[in-house]
Design a protein around this ligand. Structure first.
Ligand code: MN
Ligand code: MN
Length: 416
């Protein structure tokens, strides 16, 4: 009999007033007061009803909101969102949509943008206050930037690659053949957004032509055809070869010492278990990424990202493929569960316990993104394995032989 079913039975017995003194004493030792906690489906003895109305599309996609696990209790700020609830800004050349703290108040450290550029589509030359971290989710793109020493950087990226532009560095993006690109940006500020960036077209359009002439050292008439409104995203022709573009901007200043891109999905995993892999990119290997650390996690069917927390940053999650269920634990107690599908976003406040189950029949792939320079994590199993067993046994009423089986090296993806 599982712990849950025994606990449920004890609760039902107590409610019916038929619990024997022996059973009550046993319950006190093993499970605490069976009338406690007062909340949670654990107390319903099984089903509870919800006569409706319902929005079936949402209810069917978020079954854990509709029918929470028996041990869920309390409440916390909503930690589920999705690019699929964000409107698209569409222009010739591509589109973008965003989920910032405006629409997702818990997400104070990261704002997410999902962008599509057609083949040849350009996200115009711009810059902004926040750092921009990105992961390619589809296709091919060319990125350009310039560092503060006047050294240009141009690279082509493919699905699974990252880029990072420090705050204020100017950049552009362009979709390549055969079918352009789609990617997800993470700004290291939850209030940042893609709709209020500093745009080259707007600065040029709002500068007197004589100033432009003086600034660039060319005749004033040179600027007679400039656009008077922003381009933001626009359709252009496909660029030439990468080598040709790099050659065109070669300068005596040379090239930046660190690449602004990282091939995350090509890297050797930091962790491989029977149930999945973890690949980490932070400032230790993706050196330019000083304010964003990321982990790409793959969990096989039946597997789970183990119970853990992060001491140094909130976690912003982007779900790439498969389906998942995450439970977040906070003081209170609160334990709240939500379901995630591709395109969805999760958020876990720093130090709150959480675990993520693969609830589907295919691999679950998701990204954990943190506003920090270094990836850090504490594993519950690892902690309990490396605390004196007598203390753990006394705290949790566990057999020391059970504690001896807890992993002394954190597994990250279980079962191992
Ligand atoms: Mn940008
Ligand atoms: Mn985590």
């Amino acid at each position: 009999m599982s712990i849950l079913s025994r606990r449920k039975m004890l609760a039902a017995s107590a409610a019916g007033g038929v619990m024997t003194a022996t059973a009550a004493a046993h319950a006190a030792v093993v499970f605490g007061n069976p009338d406690d906690p007062p909340q949670g489906a654990i107390n319903t003895g099984g089903a509870f009803t919800d006569p409706g109305p319902q929005n079936p599309a949402l209810a069917n996609n978020l079954p854990s909101f509709e029918n929470p696990p028996a041990t869920d209790v309390g409440g916390m700020p909503v930690f589920w969102s999705s690019f699929n609830i964000a409107p698209k800004r569409v222009q010739n050349g591509g589109w973008a949509r965003q989920v910032s703290s405006n629409a997702f108040p818990i997400s104070t450290t990261i704002a997410g943008v999902n962008m599509r550029l057609n083949a040849g589509g350009v996200r115009e030359l711009h810059w902004h206050q926040a750092a921009e971290w990105a992961v390619m989710t589809y296709g091919h793109a060319r990125i350009t930037t310039l560092d503060t020493e006047g050294r240009p950087f141009i690279a082509d990226v493919k699905t699974g690659d990252l880029w990072y532009f420090p705050p204020g560095l100017p950049h552009s993006l362009q979709g390549l053949g055969p079918d352009g690109a789609e990617f997800v940006l993470a700004f290291d500020n939850g209030a940042a957004g893609e709709y209020n960036t500093l745009l080259v077209t707007e600065w040029i359009a709002h500068t007197p032509p004589e100033v432009l002439a003086k600034n660039f050292g060319v005749p004033v008439e040179s600027f007679q055809h400039i656009p008077l409104a922003q381009r933001w995203i626009f359709q252009s022709d496909l660029p030439g070869s990468l080598a040709a573009d790099q050659e065109a901007v070669a300068t005596s200043a040379g090239s930046p010492p660190h690449p602004f891109i990282f091939r995350l999905s090509d890297m050797k995993p930091n962790k491989i278990t029977a149930s999945g892999t973890v690949q980490i990119a932070d400032s230790t290997n993706f050196t330019v990424s000083k304010t964003v650390a990321a982990a790409l996690v793959t969990v096989k069917p039946g597997g789970m990202r183990e119970m853990h927390w992060h001491p140094n940053a909130d976690e912003w999650q982007y779900y790439v493929s498969g389906q998942a269920r995450m439970t977040v634990f906070d003081a209170g107690p609160s334990a709240v569960t939500a379901d995630f599908r591709p395109g969805d976003i999760g958020y876990v406040v720093k130090n709150l316990g959480h675990y993520i189950e693969n609830t589907g029949k295919t691999d679950l792939v998701f990204l954990e993104i943190f506003k920090t320079d270094r990836y850090e994590e504490v594993s519950l199993a690892n902690w309990l394995a490396l605390t004196p067993p007598t203390q753990v046994a006394a705290t949790l009423n566990l057999d020391p032989a059970v504690i001896a089986r807890f992993p002394k090296v954190r597994p990250e993806v279980v079962p191992t």
